[in-house]
Ligand binder design. Structure first.
Ligand code: KIV
Length: 273
């Protein structure tokens, strides 16, 4: 157990996250896309599971997050929800499911809540999505915001480099964060921005900021599980800490299995009826 103040909770809710932030207990968040992994993460007492649209990359092999569909996100989310007893499960609204208008945003969110039985939704953007956020909230659906590097806008940015290094973009980001808080978001993801700017944002709003590549001065941290477990070897940004090398571990195990089958070593006497 860490030295941080740590209060046991049966179920993590949006209110629990706010309380954690207030008493200085850091919030842990990871992505999850399937039942088996979600079960392990929940047993390990992760606070928040994000069914991220990064599923588009790590589960479906697309180059960007844009192609994944609402149906596919709902399918991942439904599997994750079945595995979870404690964590708060937040589901990304995929590209094209909310940008059209606020009614579309509400309908997509209702589908996620009804068909997957999720706990909250997340969407990318600042001022331009405020109307949608407010409309989603009218249905009682909690909303998490996402600013900084927003991968659904990759073709506008042109690169996955650190965002908001220039003052004008930093100022807009601080304004957008306040707007999202005022609109009713319960938390905010900040992706790949300078640590000093993330601190400025967290100091200027009350809701928890969850950082990814945004430094330590925020209420919590999120990583893509496939990156931190080393399942995905090709992605090594500076902010990533790898806790395992599962790609190599699994490859070694499968090579051994192939060898055992080929040589007739498997199955042995004890492994048959
Ligand atoms: O889709 C995702 O995995 C995310 C995280 C990077 C926060 O949005």
């Amino acid at each position: 157990m860490s030295t941080q103040t740590h209060k046991e909770v049966k179920k993590v809710t949006t209110h629990v996250l706010q309380e954690m932030k207030m008493r200085g207990e850091k919030i842990s968040m990871l992505t999850a896309y399937d039942y088996s992994m979600a079960k392990i993460f929940d047993e390990a007492r992760i606070d928040v599971l994000l069914v991220g649209d990064s599923a588009s990359n790590v589960m479906h092999g697309h180059e960007t997050t844009l192609p994944i569909t609402l149906d596919e996100m709902i399918s991942h989310a439904a599997a994750v929800i079945k595995a979870v007893d404690r964590a708060l499960v937040v589901v990304d609204l995929p590209f094209g499911s909310y940008q059209g208008n606020s009614k579309e945003a509400l309908n997509s969110s209702i589908r996620i809540m009804k068909e997957a039985e999720a706990h909250a939704v997340k969407l990318e953007g600042g001022e331009e999505v405020v109307e949608s956020i407010k409309r989603i909230l009218t249905a009682g659906i909690p909303v998490m915001g996402h600013l900084g590097l927003t991968p659904q806008s990759i073709y506008k940015f042109g690169t996955y480099e650190v965002r908001a290094k220039e003052e004008a973009e930093a100022e807009k980001l601080v304004r957008d964060a306040k707007t999202l808080e005022d609109s009713g978001c319960f938390a905010l993801v900040l992706e790949k921005i300078p640590a000093t700017l993330a601190k400025r944002v967290q100091d200027s709003i009350q809701i928890p900021v969850i950082g990814i590549g945004a430094g330590p001065h925020v209420a919590g941290q999120v990583l893509v599980s496939h990156d931190m477990l080393g399942i995905n070897k090709d992605f090594s940004p500076k902010f990533l800490r790898r806790y395992l090398n599962l790609f190599d571990e699994i490859k070694k195990a499968v090579e051994q299995y192939v060898d055992d089958v080929k040589t007739g070593d498997f199955p042995n006497q004890k492994e048959q009826y």
